[in-house]
Design a binder for this molecule. Sequence first.
Ligand code: NAP
Ligand code: MG
Length: 405
Amino acid sequence: MSKIRMTKPLVEMDGDEMTRILWGMIKDELLNPFVDLKTEYYDLGLEYRNKTNDSITVEAAEAIKKYGVGVKCATITPNAARVKEYNLKEMWKSPNGTIRAILDGTVFRAPIIIDSIKPYVKTWQEPITIARHAYGDVYRDVEMKVEEKGKVELVFTNESGQETRELIHNFDGNGVVLGMHNLDKSIESFARSCFNFAVDTKQDLWFASKDTISKKYDHTFKDIFQDIFDKEYKEKFEELNIEYFYTLIDDAIARVIKSKGGYIWACKNYDGDVMSDMVATAFGSLAMMTSVLVSPEGYYEYEAAHGTVQRHYYKHIAGKETSTNSIATIFAWSGALRKRGELDNLNELVEFANKLEEASIKTINEGYMTKDLALLSDLESITVTNSYDFIKQIRIRLEDFYKNK
Ligand code: NAP
Ligand code: MG
C-alpha cells in the first residue's frame, strides 16, 4: 500500500523511561509502516529538559497552540530522588502542569473498554469520562491551626482599603481553619472546555457540586456553567440530541453507579482527583486510561494517563524481559491522528486511527495481552506477551486490514 498522507504536522512530545521505549516501538511498528508521519518533534525526556532549562516544554506547548494537536509520552516529574539520579540543575516542574497552564486546558480521562475485561460495576457498559477542573480550591488553600482561644474571620480588603468581614468561628479551644479560592475566569474556561468536548464527542455532560450547602462558592460554579450553557451551547446540544445536566454531588454519585456509562462527568478539582482514581480502578486498570487536555480555544493534547512505568524500565535496562501495556500510549497516538485527520479533512487518516484502535482491541480479545491485562481478563486461553510482541501482534492485525481492503 502507499503510505497515508498528512498535510499538517502533529506536535510530538517524547518522554521518559519505559514509555519512551514503547514510544519508539509504536512508531516503528504501528505508525511509520502505514503513515507518512509528519510531526514536529520535541524531546521532553528529563535529560533534554534539564539541558534546555525546561524551555523545551514551553516551546512544545507553544507549538500545540500553533498546530492545534499534540501527542505526549509520559514524562518524569522530578522529585529529590530524580534530581540526584539525573544530576539535575533544578527540580523542574511537572511538564503536564506547565503545558496545562499555557493552554489553560482541562484534562479528560476515559477508560478503554474491552469485552474480555469486565468493569467491577456490572451496569457500566460504556466509558465514563472524567473532566477535572485543575485550578484552585483545596490545592491552593491557606491553612491554620488554632491553638488558643480567639476568633477567625474572612477579611476582604479592596484597593481603597475598605474591609468586608465575615466571622468564621469563635474558637474556645483548639481547632483548624482553611481559606481557599477560585476565579470566575478559570471556571469559565473549564466550563467551555467541557461543553466543547461534549459537542466534539457527542456525549451528555454531567456536572455536580454541593451548592445547597456552599451557597456562594459552589453555587458560583453551578451558575457559571448554566449561564455559559444557556448562552453559548444550548442550541448545539439540542441539535446533537445531547444533554447538559446539573445535580448535587451526592446524587451524582448514586446515578453514576447505577448508570450504564457513556457520558462526561465534570468534577471540581478535589472531586475529580478522587473520582478519576475510582473510575480507573473500577474499569480495570490505569494502563487502559487515555487522557486528553482540551483548551477552551480547541487545542488538543493526547497522552496516556499512567506514568513512565519506572519499575519496568529498570528491568528493561537490566536486560530482563518486560510485559508493559502500550494500549494507552497507542490510543494517545490514534486520538491525535484522528483529530488531525478531522481538522484537515483527511478521511484516510481518520480511518487509520480507527483501525489502529480496532486492531489493538482485537489483539486482546483474541487472547494476546500483557501481564497486567492477563490478571483481569476472563478469557480461557491467554498468551501473555512481552512488550514488543504485544505490539507485533497488533501490527499483524492492522496489516490484515489493509491487505484485505
Ligand atoms: P506509573 O508509571 O503509572 O506506574 C505505576 C505502576 O502501575 C507500575 O509500576 C505498574 O505496576 C503499573 N502500570 C502503570 N502503567 C502500566 C503499563 N502501561 N503497563 C503495565 N503496568 C503499568 O507510576 P509511577 O511508577 O508512580 O511513576 C513513574 C514516573 O512517572 C514518575 O517519575 C512520575 O513523575 C511519572 N508520571 C508521569 C505522568 C505523566 O507524564 N502523565 C503521570 C503519572 C506519573 P507493576 O509495577 O505492579 O507492574
Ligand atoms: Mg488522585
